[in-house]
Design a protein around this ligand. Structure first.
Ligand SMILES: [Zn+2]
Length: 396
């Protein structure tokens, strides 16, 4: 290999040598809300498209994804009561969708969305000949059994939840009920819970949900109080998650909540921030500071770089690869090579970068990392080596 070219074996490094794990994407949102087939093809156009399907089976297959941590999000009611009342028109325009999303407790809705995803993955069209089918794996043992099957194995989907509001089964839900619901999800195979999301829940307070540079959307305007942190029920939930072997994702938690959780958990369980940027590059309270990256590394956990440029840099940009690589390099320096991965947030109603628009194009990151002299070993750790270690250490 000449010193002026990238490793000509980038295809081998990406598709054969690396186990590619996406720590955070939302195919289940599009499947549940828009009745998409898991195999529905989608080609990104560059424009924001709420009906996109960046992490559907076709794109995962093309991009060489081996394991997808699929985050289920039961939409929070305050979206339509506080932030975007215009969406209440959906009650009449799309009554079936409305009932599905708001007809029942968050616990009911999240379970229905898990059912939808499982149905979509096992649908006959998802098992078409000639393509790797996908399979929901519900434990570390099932994951390892699947990975042992060699290169033609199915794509592994792992259930995760975004927002601990999904533990709430209705008005007056007690801490005991939250814990019982937590155990229910553990039995369903949920590997991690992102404790916070857009609004305060029974467990924790969130950061502001959008980065500054897309604030021009006339949407999500009410402030969040970042002096507030973890709630008493949150402490009980975290203790039980450690006992049950469920991973804790601190993405979206306020800085005081995160500080409390680093103290509480210490090295008892690997902590995650699955889809974030670096505060040192884009100083937003959503992003972890360097001391936090060291706490997460000390816990044995990891941080995943989000693919959305608006979290990664303070400058609005339609492209993202530069910022992704810069953030990866910062995480490597601050947390160490064993504690860094990828959490795209595809299909989370985001606007992916034009140069990495969907899961089908992940190889571009491998090419780019090689061009910037990341070693094949580092690339393998970033793509999945670290995530598999954390899953084996902290799940189940
Ligand atoms: Zn998120």
């Amino acid at each position: 290999m000449s010193s002026s070219t990238i490793d000509p074996d980038w295809q081998r490094i990406h598709y054969a040598d690396s186990t590619i794990v996406d720590l955070h994407a939302h195919p289940g949102l599009k499947i549940s809300l828009f009745d998409k087939a898991f195999t529905a093809p989608f080609h990104a156009s560059g424009a924001f498209n709420p009906f996109s399907f960046e992490s559907g089976f076709s794109n995962l297959h093309l991009g060489g994804v081996d394991v997808l941590l699929s985050a289920i999000y039961a939409p929070e009611r305050q979206i339509v009561t506080q932030e975007a009342p215009a969406l209440q028109a959906l009650r009449y325009l799309r009554p079936r969708l409305w009932r599905k999303v708001f007809g029942g407790s968050y616990f009911d809705v999240a379970n229905r969305m898990l059912d939808d995803l499982e149905r979509a993955v096992s649908a006959p069209a998802s098992q078409a000949a000639g393509r790797r089918p996908a399979q929901v794996v519900r434990s570390r043992v099932e994951l390892d059994a699947l990975l042992a099957q060699g290169n033609d194995r199915p794509i592994a989907l792992i259930h995760c939840l975004e927002g601990a509001h999904s533990l709430n089964s209705g008005p007056g839900t007690t801490t005991q009920q939250l814990l019982a619901n937590l155990e229910h999800y553990q039995r369903r195979g949920v590997a991690y819970i992102t404790l916070a999301h857009f609004f305060a829940n029974d467990v924790v307070h969130p950061c502001f949900p959008w980065p500054e540079n897309i604030q021009k959307l006339n949407f999500f305007r009410s402030e969040r109080d970042v002096t507030l942190g973890l709630k008493p029920a949150g402490e009980a939930v975290i203790e039980r998650m450690i006992e049950l072997g469920m991973l804790i994702d601190l993405s979206h938690c306020t800085p005081p909540a995160r500080a409390r959780i680093y103290d509480m958990v210490g090295q008892r369980a690997p902590l995650l921030m699955t889809h974030v940027g670096a505060y040192a590059i884009n100083p937003d309270p959503y992003n972890p500071q360097d001391w936090e990256l060291r706490k997460i590394a000390d816990s044995g956990g990891m941080v995943g770089v989000i693919f959305m440029p608006y979290w990664l840099t303070p400058h609005a940009s339609k492209r993202g690869l530069n910022a992704i690589v810069q953030t990866l390099r910062h995480f490597l320096d601050a947390a160490g090579g064993e504690h860094v991965g990828i959490g795209t947030d595809f299909d989370g109603f985001i606007d992916p970068p034009d140069d990495l628009p969907d899961a089908a194009h992940l190889e571009r990151l491998t090419q780019r990392l090689l061009a910037e002299r990341f070693t094949p070993q580092q690339i393998g750790q970033i793509w999945g080596g670290n995530a598999l270690r954390v899953l084996r250490q902290g799940w189940g």
